[in-house]
Design a protein around this ligand. Sequence first.
Ligand code: ADP
Length: 569
Amino acid sequence: MGGFAVNNPPDGSTHDVAQSDHGNFTSLISELASSLVDVRPETFDRVLEEILEQVGRFTASDGAYIAQYGAQKQALAITHVWKDSRVADAHKSAAGLAAAHTRAFMGKLKRTGLIALGSTQAQSDELEREQKLLADAGISSLISVSLGVKHRCIGAMGLVMSGARDTWTEDQVSLLKITAHLVTSALHHDRIEEALSNERQLLRTVIDNLPDYIFAKDTGSRFILNNTAHLRLLKASVQEEVYGKTDYDIFPKELADQYFFDEQDVIQTGRPLVNREESVLTEEGRQRWLLTTKVAWRDSDGNPQGIVGMSRDITDRIEMAEEIQKHAALLEQTNAELQARNQELDEFTYIASHDLQEPLRKQVAFSDALREDLAAGDLDEVENDLATITSAAKRMQTLVRDLLSLSRSGRQAMDWEEINLNECVAMALDALEIRIEQEKAVVTQDTLPTVRADKTLMVQLYQNLIGNAIKFHGAAAPHVRLTVESNAEEYVLGVADNGIGIKPDYWEQIFAPFKRLHGRNEYEGTGIGLAICRKIVERHGGRIWVESTHGEGSCFKFTVPVHPGDSAI
Ligand code: ADP
């Protein structure tokens, strides 16, 4: 019984318990012990209070208590208490009782394991202050033992008397010590349970508040845990809806197969699957991209339990990357176009200034000649000079007009509408009426389609091509044929003639501005007509080219997309 002396009081007072009660003592201990086995958390406090009552009554005390340190291990508080209601002034204040458990008190309790105050057995008077605090709380005597786990003191348990008490018997002290031991392990167990439950709660809070998908599956790839985000992805609102299900119950077979085989490989080899990009369909039918990692889950002996998986939705990132790539490609394309246009502009400026200079030079030269011929009084020559100057000025006028027309055909806003090409041809033929008559030209045509295009530009295109087909005729009267072929993407429209034809070397060059294959005395023109044609066709998203046999005729062909898309400008 440790170093605590046993004193059986001689007077047999009511507070005392005789040694003959030993049978009761052992059965009480086993009762107390069994009441603490498998105690449920919600009844734990009540059980402790009942234990205090049993011990209190058995030891004929006025009260019993358990005091514990709080989480910060600063203050000690009375957590469980029993007071004998029959004793009128059983200690009044739990706070006063707690206050008496000073640092000195607890230090001593830890060292000695037991403190008795106020009885004749009190070992010393070094705890005078504490005794006074107890007295203030209505307690005359107290016996207290330490609640400790492995040298760690978690609190105290004790019995108190309102009145003076001379002695505590050996059984009473033993009972207190044994009970303290039982209570300590129960409290310890309870604290561990609580800590575990807190930890579980913490983990749950963490995984449920993560936007990532987190899940665990057993070795048969059956879901056993899902965080809230993943439940939502699985179209479930509570765990039970998917618990024990496999991906085959949720996803299409092909996808479920992939998940299953991946996971079985992770389970069997223990090798994690890291950052695999996968796609899934959401509840709303949207495709999402996931970055998934799966690791093997094993128990402490290394036996496979299943897998733990984490998936992050990277759809936004992927879409953004695609968007950036698209922009970069567009930028590259725009850059290339810009460069091509710059080059085109350079060439154009060079050619334009060159061609414009020719009539200008003529005007300057013939103005000088005019002055000389006037001085010489040669009126025939004067007439001739004036005619040349006027012709050069007219040519400049035509050049400038055609230049403007070329510029407009590239710049003017497009007026997209459904147009019937037969109507465009009719308008073009109308404009060419006089020349058709003069040259006795015959124009035949297929039935042309309705396309989405700018009407004014299409009329101009046909006018230029038919005009050329008539102009560049050979010995025979011009015969122009307007044709059409089509496939799923485009119409291929043709303007064929029986004229002089073009050598293959020039098939490409003739579409450049001012490019002409003949002198003006042979065929009138500025060399801009085909450049305008190419601009118009390209603005509709098509291509233009010529097929020709020199001396037999030419066929100019151009395409118009069936569905003009982004390529049209
Ligand atoms: P222009 O008709 O004012 O000369 P274009 O740009 O329309 O200018 O034509 C450029 C050149 O292409 C013409 O000068 C001519 O040499 C050649 N060409 C155009 N159309 C035909 C055609 N149908 N047959 C033969 N040559 C043609």
